[in-house]
Design a protein around this ligand. Structure first.
Ligand SMILES: [Zn+2]
Length: 118
């Protein structure tokens, strides 16, 4: 889905989509939002309906790069291969298999036995 990255246009489009469904369009605004980009500035009064819509839209947003958190260090930067950029741990089924095999090889090396292939 292609979305405009002009923050003022995004705000205007969102308000235009939500406003027709406001059950109380004359309600006293509970806040206002001002967005400035370059020399353009937009201030939007936030009605209770618009506040609920904004809250729902923002809480529903998931960043495309969000692949969860690392089970090893708790970091949030997992790459496309579920490899933790911070500590190097691999995730997913393949990552788990590789991690277990690496632990097995480390145990065998610590015991002075050569590695074996299961
Ligand atoms: Zn990590």
């Amino acid at each position: 889905m292609s979305v405009s990255v002009d923050p003022i246009a995004v705000l205007r489009e969102f308000v235009a989509r939500v406003t027709p469904y406001d059950p109380d369009p004359g309600a006293v605004p509970v806040a206002s939002v001002t967005v400035s980009a370059g020399s353009d500035t937009e201030t939007v009064p936030i009605t209770p309906h618009l506040a609920r819509a904004l809250a729902q839209a923002l809480s529903a947003y998931r960043d495309p790069a969000d692949r969860g958190s690392c089970a090893g260090c708790g970091g949030r930067r997992l790459d496309d291969n579920l490899h933790c950029v911070d500590c190097g741990r691999l995730h997913g089924i393949l990552g788990e298999v590789i991690s277990r095999q690496a632990a097995r090889v480390r145990e065998q090396a610590a015991e002075g036995r050569p590695g074996t292939v299961p």
